[in-house]
Design a protein around this ligand. Structure first.
Ligand code: ADP
Ligand code: ZN
Ligand code: ZN
Length: 757
């Protein structure tokens, strides 16, 4: 009797054993999907982790079917699942759920669309042999006509040596029959004669990019070529190399050259971007040169499209390059040679909710290590502390590119002291005179401007002027955000919306006013100040769909709009030609953040958004408004002085026990009743402190202590480098099991965030 250990697409840890009925034994191997029953009536598509003949000591149910004729999961991928499950303390079932497109886990079998192609048999691929073939069919008029039509369509009629002068063009059987006006029988006759043959290819419903044009790749400039050579040199010794190149230095061009090299060596490339927001422009650049060798994979694509890419990766004609957001690390790669992680510092590489809370950068490095020759390139203008530290320690290679392409200067950054101006009554709302003048000048000159505000919505909240009452969400412990265009208050945590109150329920006052300022409010104000401006706003609210984002970008690129207002979304790798002014409206909102990464993130955001200024031809101007102009971080931004930022932050991190010197694990407890949640977390805290001592902090209420009616408590564990992390995880799981058995804590949820962002 054979048995399979399977992973269910449910938040359950480990694998579950089923028996394999007679007749199916031959068909099932690890990595295939099988249909299994669970409980009385449920059925799931489970993933086979292992096939064996070890009879379990319980009565197991048989599987009901095998869905695959070849494995859907490669061994390297499964090892990645296991690593993620172990390291991030997430149930294997959650990893399965995150990794595979829903279409592959639904009980309806996905059928890829196939297309039949016709091709010339290899023995006829020279002039002489072709003559023989044509002579052979000379008397069969229809065959003769069909063959000549085929040769013309596929370019085999004009040879250079034994390949077509213009390159082979794929011809579908349907296309040939249409063009030659022949029946399938005629094509079959040519196949029977051994002149033609057919093969099947899956047709992407998505990819109509056409052929690649590797010859159109732009040559690298001297500094770029130098960086490229250094990267290759470093990769001889190191598995991971960090490319620290200022904004607009041409990192993307370097990536393109590296991709081409991998393709020439018949290896696949995984090119990760932090989120879809970034992909549109890069997608176009890559499509131009890599054509249909490039596959794109991210969550805004339909499930069918994602299933199709997955299947193609398993086929005999996988994509050479996959461009995708973090979930693309889960795609099958048969011969991965290079992983590029662009904007490696971006926090959105880390999945927050739901589990698995994995970091795609770490996962990609682990994945690459499973392929003997795969290397990883991390690229950014503002490296994460962790990566830069690893590079300085010699764990990663480090390549610096300090000049922009064509030696265009980095933008000039003018710091504006908002406090002082406000004191002198010179501010117009949140806008300084310098900023308004610069924007006015830019618009007058036919240039563009970007205004950056790290908040969406109209005003973050409203407040009663008399008693200070602030409306809060009934499900979550957060104040609501006012969205004027829909005239509603919304909760950014649970999505619940509320009507805007006309009077304060606390004191009855009708003086309710907005506090703080979001992008929507700025759009309103700016359109009054600059009625001639063609304004676009880019934030989460205006980019809910794939097309909305693309349109915003292309309208701004083409100059249809000339003033872009946005949240950090606009800071990310966008490449515009005519932006001469960037305004950072409120630097302080990024600094006054109760998070040890606040300064690192603030620097990154400001440096990145500044990088949008003056990218082609002319030096740009950045107006940085702040109430704290003397803070060191402000001058670090002004001088693009990453090194002193790094030194300063590193010192703090060492002193206060933060990464990269310590690993953090956040333990969260969740329960409907606040008392139970509090009690359980105190108990767990005590247990953990007994084991790990001072490394355990809390329990504390997190910044938002109630979400979707669930109360939350947090315990932080700080682990010094070198500690046996595996042991710690075992202890944590053990503690969790004890809690799970305690009848008082029936509905308690415990989950982890390892290396939280
Ligand atoms: P980064 O990725 O470092 O921000 P990009 O690769 O986007 O920089 O380059 C910035 C701009 O300069 C782009 O418009 C790009 O096309 C152009 N560019 C960079 N390097 C070259 C090159 N070698 N040849 C032609 N154009 C280049
Ligand atoms: Zn009030
Ligand atoms: Zn809510």
């Amino acid at each position: 009797m054979r048995y399979v250990d399977v992973i269910l697409p449910l938040p359950l840890d480990g694998t579950f054993t089923y028996s394999v009925p007679e007749g199916m034994e031959e068909k099932v191997v690890a990595g295939m999907r099988v249909l299994v029953p669970l409980g009385k009536s449920k059925k799931y598509i489970a993933m086979v982790a292992d096939v064996h003949s070890e009879k379990p000591d319980f009565n197991c149910k048989p599987i009901e079917g095998v869905l695959d004729s070849y494995p859907s999961l490669l061994p390297q991928q499964y090892r990645l699942w296991q690593w993620i499950s172990d390291y991030y303390m997430s149930p294997l079932g959650d990893v399965y759920n995150a990794a595979m497109p829903a279409g592959m886990k639904s009980t309806e079998k996905f059928k890829p669309k196939m297309e039949l192609y016709v091709e010339l048999a290899s023995s006829y691929r020279n002039e002489q042999a072709l003559h023989v073939a044509l002579n052979m069919v000379q008397r069969a008029l229809k065959q003769s006509k069909t063959l000549t039509t085929f040769l013309a369509l596929s370019h085999w009629d004009s040879l250079e040596g034994d390949t077509p002068r213009e390159g082979i063009k794929k011809v579908t059987k349907e296309e040939l029959m249409n063009e030659a006006r022949c029946t399938a029988a005629v094509v079959k006759a040519l196949i029977d004669r051994g002149i033609l043959f057919t093969y099947e290819l899956e047709v992407g419903r998505l990819n109509t990019a056409g052929e690649s044009h590797l010859d159109q790749i732009k040559p690298l400039s001297m500094p770029q070529q130098d960086a490229y050579n250094q990267i290759l040199m470093q990769m001889l010794k190191k598995n991971v190399v960090l490319l620290h190149g200022v904004t607009s230095s041409g990192k993307t061009e370097i990536y393109i050259h590296l991709v081409r090299k991998a393709i020439e060596e018949h290896r696949q490339v995984l090119y990760l971007l932090p989120e879809i927001a970034l992909t549109v422009q890069i997608m176009e650049r890559l499509h131009k040169v890599f054509g249909d060798r490039l596959g794109i994979y991210h969550s805004k694509y339909s499930d069918a499209e994602r299933v199709e890419i997955w299947q193609k990766q398993l086929s005999g004609h996988p994509y050479d390059v996959i461009l995708g957001a973090r979930s693309a690390v889960f795609l099958p790669f048969q011969k991965l040679g290079l992983v590029i992680i662009d904007e490696e510092h971006e926090t959105s590489f880390k999945q927050q909710d739901p589990a698995p809370r994995y970091h795609a950068r770490s996962a990609a490095i682990v994945l690459a290590n499973m392929y003997p020759e795969a290397k990883v390139l991390l690229g950014t203008a503002t490296p994460s502390m962790e990566s830069y530290y690893n590079a300085r320690q010699g764990k990663y290679g480090l390549v610096e590119l300090k000049t922009r392409y064509k030696d265009i200067q980095l933008p000039e950054i003018q710091v504006v002291d908002v406090k002082d101006l406000r004191h002198r009554k010179m501010m117009t709302g949140v806008y300084s005179p310098v900023l308004l003048a610069a924007v006015k000048e830019a618009l007058k000159n036919g240039e563009q401007a970007i205004l950056f505000q790290n908040r969406r919505g109209f005003a973050p909240m409203i407040e009663c002027k008399v008693c200070g009452w602030v409306p809060k969400c009934k499900n979550c412990d957060v104040s609501l955000t006012l969205h004027k265009s829909i005239n509603l208050l919304t909760c950014h945590y649970c999505g619940y919306t509320y009507p805007v109150p006309t009077e304060c329920p606390n004191c009855g006052s009708t003086e309710l006013m907005g506090r703080g300022i979001g992008t929507e409010r700025i759009e309103d104000q700016i359109s009054e100040i600059f009625p001639e401006a063609r304004i676009a706003r880019m934030d989460l609210d205006t980019t809910r769909t794939r097309n909305a984002y693309e349109r915003l970008i292309s309208d701004f690129s083409s100059g249809k709009t000339n003033l872009l207002i946005g949240t950090q979304m606009i800071s990310k790798g966008l490449d515009f030609d005519k932006v001469s002014v960037v305004g950072i409206l409120n630097a302080d909102s990024m600094l006054n953040y109760p998070d040890f990464r606040a300064y690192e993130h603030a620097f990154m955001m400001m440096a990145q958004v500044s990088g949008r200024a003056g990218r082609k031809g002319k030096r740009g101007l950045v107006i940085l408004q702040t109430k704290n102009p003397t803070l060191p971080i402000i001058s670090q931004v002004v001088h693009n002085d990453y090194d002193s930022l790094f030194k300063g932050i590193l010192e703090e991190r060492r002193m206060f026990h933060y990464p990269p010197f310590f690993h953090l694990i956040n333990v969260f407890l969740k329960h409907k009743h606040e008392k139970i949640c509090q009690q359980a977390s105190l108990e767990l805290g005590k247990t953990l402190r007994g084991w790990f001592g001072e490394r355990v902090l809390g329990p504390d209420k997190p910044a938002v202590a109630r979400v979707k009616t669930m109360n939350i408590r947090k315990i932080v564990i700080k682990l010094e480098n070198g500690i046996d992390q595996k042991k710690v995880r075992e202890y944590l799981k053990y503690a969790q099991q004890i809690m799970a058995k305690d009848p008082r804590y029936g509905a308690l949820q415990i989950y982890y965030d390892v290396d939280p962002m």
